[in-house]
Write a protein that binds this ligand. Structure first.
Ligand code: PBG
Length: 324
């Protein structure tokens, strides 16, 4: 006698019902698309480490943001490459800085699209660190906070809908919140990179953003991949300082961290599916080793299942097309 069907098998085998009992959804409205903007117009330069992603001049960034919006992608996240770099990273808070110009242009053309600006100094400093350096070469936490606060105000003044600080200085969420409130921007949310690991998966991004540290590494301000309790403590601190959304980065090696941050704070959680995670899938697909579409949809569904409300991913436009 055949083994009778179990309840699990009946649910899986009944097409209409399988969809009804699905526990996790993945839609373009869950996604944020990161973009790399450069000064000037009419240029689009492929980024070798990230196939399919380009350095975009502002007009191209406006166009790509429009494509993302038309596909139903919830928002874009802007990273800027300044025309020149200095010790302090002054391009970050310049009113005519590249992210400020791009933000104004995108908001003018696509007012309903969420524009999130990355908030960090590493793309703007000549040494590539996320903050200013003391004479002994160590990042000066408190001086960096002041510069980040200036940058935050400049970004919001340009029209940014939300800020995503990725620098990892201590106390930055509170410092940014205070600066924004003081300038009359108390309604602008902060999407804090709360658990940002010192990860090898940022490799392709550092080429894209030209932000690899000239000396040393970021282990002084990014987390040890071995730690999850620490991530919960970081997330709680950011929540107490006023973060509106907590971010875990990278995503796939840290699904347990996404879940723990979600459960211990009950705040909205964003997961950043970073450049190395993207490049890995692209390379494997290009070599014919896996089905890109199936692999990406599975990976992003897994990130959502782990507890992420928001997924920041370079696959966002492709996913939105596939889900159509
Ligand atoms: C730094 C920053 C990094 C990323 C976003 N912001 C890299 C780093 O810390 O060196 C990585 C994003 C990615 O890999 O896609 N402020």
């Amino acid at each position: 006698m055949a083994f009778p069907a179990t309840r699990l098998r009946r649910l899986r085998k009944t097409d209409g019902l399988r969809a009804l009992v699905r526990e996790t959804t993945l839609a373009p409205s869950h996604l944020i698309y990161p973009m790399f903007v450069v000064h000037g117009s009419d240029t689009r330069t492929p980024i070798a480490s990230m196939p399919g992603i380009d350095h975009l001049s502002i007009d191209h960034a406006v166009q790509e943001a429009g494509e993302a919006a038309a596909l139903g992608v919830a928002g874009v996240m802007l990273f800027g490459l300044p025309a020149s770099k200095d010790e302090m990273g002054s391009g970050a808070w310049d009113e005519e800085g590249v992210v400020q110009l791009a933000t104004r242009a995108i908001k003018a053309a696509h007012p309903d699209l969420l524009v999130v600006t990355d908030l960090c100094l590493c793309e703007y400093t000549s040494h590539g660190h996320c903050g200013v350096l003391r004479s002994d070469g160590v990042v000066d936490n408190d001086q960096t906070l002041e510069l980040l606060a200036r940058t935050a105000v400049a970004q919001v003044a340009a029209g940014a809908d939300a800020l995503a600080p990725s620098d990892m200085m201590d106390g930055r969420v509170g410092a940014l919140r205070a600066a924004l409130d003081e300038e009359g921007y108390s309604e602008t949310p902060i999407i804090a990179h709360s658990a940002k690991y010192a990860s090898a998966f940022y490799g392709p991004f550092r080429e894209a953003a030209d932000s690899a540290p000239a000396s040393g590494d970021r282990r002084g301000y990014q987390m040890d991949p071995a730690n999850a309790e620490e991530a919960v403590r970081e997330a709680r601190l950011d929540a107490d300082e006023g973060a509106d959304v907590l971010m875990v980065k990278p995503a796939l090696p840290y699904l347990d961290v996404i879940r723990r941050v979600k459960e211990s704070t009950r705040l909205p959680v964003a997961a950043y599916n970073v450049s190395g995670e993207y490049a890995m899938v692209k390379a494997a697909a290009a070599a014919g080793l896996l089905d890109e579409r199936a692999a990406v949809l599975e990976a992003l569904t897994g990130i959502r299942r782990a507890g992420a409300d928001i997924v920041i991913t370079y696959h966002a436009k492709d996913v939105a097309k596939w889900l159509k």
